[in-house]
Each structure stands twice: as C-alpha cells, then as structure tokens.
Design a protein around this ligand. Structure first.
Ligand SMILES: Nc1nc2c(ncn2[C@@H]2O[C@H](COP(=O)(O)OP(=O)(O)OP(=O)(O)O)[C@@H](O)[C@H]2O)c(=O)[nH]1
Ligand SMILES: [Mg+2]
Length: 444
C-alpha cells in the first residue's frame, strides 16, 4: 500500500530537510517533483495541481518568515496539505439514536458484499446489534454469499429470493426499527454502468428508506477510474462517504489521495485484505504520516505499550537523559524490541530517518542469545563503563561466553552506535515517543 509514494517522497523530503533557505527556485523545483510523484501514483490531474498550488502558496508565505529550520517547515507544509487532501479528520459512521440505516452502493465486484459483512462485524464488536440485508436479487449466489458471511460472523441476514429490491429494503428497515436493531446494512447489486435502470433502482431504495449513510464502495486498485465513478455516483446519490477496498493490491494509492477532494465526502473506511476483520477506519493523519515516511507512530506505540514494562522503561529513559545508559540497559532494550515482533515489521513503522539509523545497528534476530551470553560474562564495572573493555578483557569475555572475539567486538560497536543514536535523539525508548510524535517525525 502506497509503496510507490513512500519511496518517492522519501528522496524529495530528504532533499528538502537539508534546505537552509526557502527560495523561489526550490519552491518551484519541489513543486515540480511532487507533482510528478503524484501523477505517477495515478492521482487525479486536477487534484495534483490543486495540491501543488496550495503547497506553493503556503511555502511562499513561509519564505518571508525567518524560520529556524526552513527545510523542515517546507516538509511540514507538504504534510499538512496532504492531511487536508485526505480528509483532515477520521469520519466515524453517523449513528442515529434509533435504527441507523446504511446503504452500500458501487460498481460490480467493487467489494460491497464483503464490506457489508466487515462493517457489520466491526459494529457488532462495538456492542451494536446489526441486521444485514441482501438486496441483490439478480444473482442467487449473491444472497448465498451474504448468508454465508452472516453465518461466519453470527449476524442475521434478511433475504427474499423472489422479492423486489426496493420492497425488500423497505421491509427489512421496518422490521429492524420494530425490533430496535441498532444498525441495518443494505447490500445492493453491483452496477455495471453508472446510468441506467440499476441506478434508478438504487435511487428509489435511497428515497424509500432515507439512509443516514450512503457509502460508495470502490476498488482502490482502479486508480483514476475509481475517481471517475465516484464522481458519477455522487451526482446520482447523496453519498455520505467512501469505502476504499482492495488497498492491499494497490501500491500506488492514487484513488485514496484523490477521492475526497473530488467527491467532497470523506473516506470512512479502508479494506486491506479479504479477511473479515480487515476494515480500518480511514485516518488521514496516519495515512499522510505513512506516505511521507514519518512512520506509523500509533501502531508502534500500541505495540510498545502491549509488551513494555513502563517502570523499567522510565528508568531507562532517565538513564539516557543522565547519560548513564549501560550494557545492561542495552540488553533490556533489545529484549523488549524482540518482544514487539519481527524487526523488519518494526522498522517499517519507524520514520525513515530513524529507520536508517537503526538499520545500521545490523541486528540479527538470532543475535539476542549470544548478546546475553556475552554481557553476562562481563563484570559489573565493564557493563557500566564499557570503554574500559580492552583487548585482554575482550578475550576473557569471549572465552567466558563461548563466543568469538569478533562477536564481542561487534556487540561493543553496536552498543556505541546505539549510544550515539540515543544521545542524538533519545528516542529508542519507545514509550517516550508518546508525547514526542512530532519531534520524532522531525516536525518540532
Ligand atoms: N484482496 C482483497 N480482496 C477483496 C477485498 N474486498 C473484497 N475483496 C474480494 O473482491 C471480490 C469481490 O467482492 P464482493 O464483496 O463480492 O464484491 P461486490 O461489490 O459485492 O460484487 P457484486 O455483488 O458482484 O457487485 C471477492 O473475491 C472479495 O473477496 C480487499 O480489501 N482485498
Ligand atoms: Mg455483492
């Protein structure tokens, strides 16, 4: 997801960060590069141009202000405008005090039925009662599909094999209201074209049941086409939001970046796999952070919180600040990092800048075992003041731990690199990131 954008923005932002001054020339150059990156990611042309204009205007305003870090300021402008473009804030489902009616619309095969079930599961997990309605009577298999999904998530499905969609929806909504069901989700038949009989039918359903949410379900992999159909659907129906599906198959992200600007309606959810619980709330800030390589700080903190002992983390944080971080703490840190999962996955969540620094540490998942053995063969004093470990001591430690001198050397080198990273930012202590997100992303 967004791989292409992430890669290309990485090099643009790296150049930008180094800028000592914002000038007409670098505004122009950056604008040109950003536009190219957006267009290559299949972002709608008009949307790309609007974005660039906004960035340029803001950057020109900043040129006059004497900023401490002009490059960083420019990066922040791009970040903020991207958040704006993606919809600014996450948009939850508009739930009404009585039964909330959600109508799903979209082209054939866009992922409506799957999205209905995923949304139903999500709402059920939140403690709401849900009724799914099979309003696609044209394909018998469509009703079976929803029934099967309903069974899988233990949610009731309203269906009638010989009915007429408008009537089915009306009846189901009435029943749901009588039974005080919290949310009723209407799964409609896919439309091949935007106009024609089928479009009239869904308009009739909408008029009849007056949904509080009409969600346009669209296949994210279709890029510009997704934007075109979104536009057409939003002219035909009073859409309230979009559900982007199949984002796992799209490395470009054009639809995600363009669709909110074109429809004027937020992307509410994003689906990233066929699995029933793979429906995420679309969070513009988080997506922008991801695209611009600021790392997925929220997931990282969540993971850290799940495995970390906050007291020992705080103690280590204090040691870093007092410059007393020693090999014992190093071992604790590695152990905690390992508990958080495979290193590759963690690195992906870090801002690109930190990612590169940590990559330099060259950790191997198997290394933990011998790191522990080596550190345990050191005296207390050696652990606290590693620079006293000379050649003789290294040999003794190697012998004691059953590892080679090269491995001891390698570990000490890693430790000194880690100390330098910490001195620079004090950031490896994950829980401290919580209050320090912007700092982490270089936006302070
Ligand atoms: N990889 C992936 N596949 C998905 C996702 N969402 C849906 N699919 C698959 O896409 C195909 C079509 O999904 P459906 O939910 O049946 O689409 P639909 O819009 O209801 O289709 P029609 O009712 O025929 O219009 C199915 O094979 C789904 O498993 C997703 O987020 N990722
Ligand atoms: Mg369907």
């Amino acid at each position: 997801m967004f791989d292409q954008l992430i890669r290309q923005f990485d090099s643009i932002l790296r150049n930008l960060r180094g800028l000592g001054k914002i000038t007409d020339k670098n505004i122009q150059e950056t604008s040109r590069m950003v536009r190219r990156v957006l267009l290559e990611a299949d972002v709608n042309f008009q949307v790309a141009c609007t974005f660039i204009d906004r960035v340029r205007t803001k950057a020109e305003g900043t040129k006059i202000i004497k900023s401490i870090k002009p490059g960083e300021q420019f990066v922040k402008i791009i970040h903020d405008e991207l958040v704006q473009l993606l919809g600014k804030n996450a948009s939850p489902l508009a739930c009404t005090p009585s039964t909330t009616v959600v109508l799903m619309a979209g082209l054939q095969g866009s992922g409506k039925t799957t999205a209905c079930a995923k949304l139903a599961k999500r709402l059920k997990d939140e403690g709401k009662s849900v009724l799914l309605v099979a309003a696609d009577v044209y394909r018998p298999a469509a009703i079976d599909q929803l029934n099967q999904l309903g069974k899988q998530i233990n949610i009731e499905v309203f269906s009638e094999r010989s009915g007429e969609p408008v009537k089915i929806c009306k009846q189901a909504v009435e029943e749901a209201k009588t039974e005080k069901v919290d949310v009723v989700i209407l799964d409609t038949a896919g439309r091949l074209h935007v106009d024609g009989e089928m479009m009239v039918e869904i308009q009739k359903i909408s008029d009849e049941v007056q949904p509080s949410e009409i969600l346009f379900v669209v296949d994210g992999m279709t890029g510009q086409d997704a934007v075109n159909s979104a536009q057409a659907f939003s002219e035909a129906l009073p859409l309230t939001g979009t559900v982007l599906t199949k984002m796992d198959g799209d490395s470009r992200g054009g639809a995600a970046v363009s669709i909110t600007e074109v429809t004027g309606k937020p992307i509410k959810f994003m689906s990233t796999s066929e699995k029933i619980d793979a429906l995420d709330v679309f969070e513009p800030e988080r997506i922008a952070d991801q695209i611009l390589g600021f790392g997925d700080a929220i997931s990282l903190v969540k993971k850290a919180e799940a495995v970390m002992d906050l007291d020992s983390a705080k103690a280590i944080e204090k040691k870093i600040l007092d410059k007393r971080f020693d090999l014992e703490d190093f071992l604790t840190q590695i152990k905690q990092l390992r508990k958080m999962g495979p290193l590759d996955q963690l690195l992906g969540m870090l801002p690109s800048e930190n990612r590169n620094m940590i990559k330099k540490l060259n950790f191997d998942n198997r290394q933990l075992v011998w790191t522990e053995a080596i550190i345990k063969s050191m005296t207390q004093k050696e652990r606290e003041i590693p620079h006293i470990i000379n050649g003789n001591r290294r040999q003794r430690i190697a012998k004691g731990s059953g590892r080679s001198v090269q491995e001891v050397n390698h570990l000490l080198k890693q430790f000194s690199l880690m100390q330098r990273i910490m001195k620079k930012k004090g950031q490896l202590n994950i829980p401290s990131l919580k209050g320090d997100m912007k700092n982490l992303s270089g936006l302070s």
